[in-house]
Design a protein around this ligand. Structure first.
Ligand code: CTP
Length: 234
């Protein structure tokens, strides 16, 4: 629906994060950023003001989108929180499509790590990153709609429902990874969107751009319904 999101601010995270080990090495993941970029574009098409916090990907910025480039999970956390806290400009929806690293090296080695003579293994100490999505969902300026993603190889519905509850989300988009042609690097995808009270909708299989449009239609419907309810209660 054209202009369904007029007057709304939408914050999207996309892509992987890279966690530096030393000046030449990092821990990353296979997220292409395509889904998140398509979501940002679909939100602009529906009239929203869109900020896209992007991990290291070389995709072009969708027309009309304000982009903030970051590298690590910590930088993504800082950028997202800063957007939530802009005075007089609340975010209506947060869509966490980024594949944020769950762990990062405990310490960054300032110079390149060298192989030690006689040592055949290397142990890297990793620490948990801050869960951006969960923090957005409990933030004092929580967006009206918080949407997460869950990439699962098995037990998709059970794991995704667990994340929906645990992270206090409104919707979670689950996709199966590691099987078939759809997933991280592909242009196509299938999303299972889960919500509370047994809400369940399958989007696709289709091009990520098509799926992003259908997801944004769903999000627009929810924001509009919620706004109507709020206005009626006023
Ligand atoms: N996420 C986040 N910050 C993190 C980790 C994840 O915001 N530090 C968000 C992602 O953007 C995504 C969702 O949380 O929306 C994914 O949840 P997560 O529990 O990380 O799923 P997996 O990476 O699949 O982790 P698990 O190993 O628990 O399955």
């Amino acid at each position: 629906m054209i202009n369904a999101l007029a007057g709304c601010r939408v914050l999207v995270s996309a892509g992987p994060t890279f966690e530096d080990i030393d000046p030449v090495r990092f821990l990353g993941n296979r997220s292409s950023g395509k889904m998140g970029f398509a979501i940002a574009a679909a939100a602009v098409e529906r009239g929203a003001q869109v900020c896209l916090v992007a991990g290291p990907v070389s995709l072009p910025t969708p027309v009309g989108v304000t982009r903030i480039d970051v590298r690590s999970a910590a930088q993504m956390h800082t950028a997202v929180m800063a957007q939530l806290s802009i005075e007089h400009s609340p975010c209506d929806a947060y869509i966490g499509a980024a594949a944020v690293a769950d762990f990062t090296p405990q310490a960054f080695a300032g110079s390149k790590l060298k192989k030690m003579p006689g040592e055949d293994t290397l142990t890297l100490e990793l620490v948990k990153t801050r869960d951006i999505l969960a923090e957005v969902a409990t933030h004092a300026q929580r967006p009206r709609l918080v949407v997460g993603f869950a990439a699962e190889t098995d037990d998709v519905v059970a794991y995704a429902r667990g994340k929906l509850q645990r992270k206090r989300l409104d919707l979670i988009c689950a996709n199966r990874v590691g099987v078939g042609a759809t997933g991280f690097e592909s242009d196509d995808n299938t999303l299972l969107v889960l919500g509370h009270e047994g809400f369940q909708r399958t989007l696709g299989p289709a091009a990520k751009t098509e799926i992003a449009g259908r997801l944004l239609d769903l999000i627009s419907e929810r924001l509009i319904t919620e706004r109507l309810v709020t206005e009626r209660l006023r």
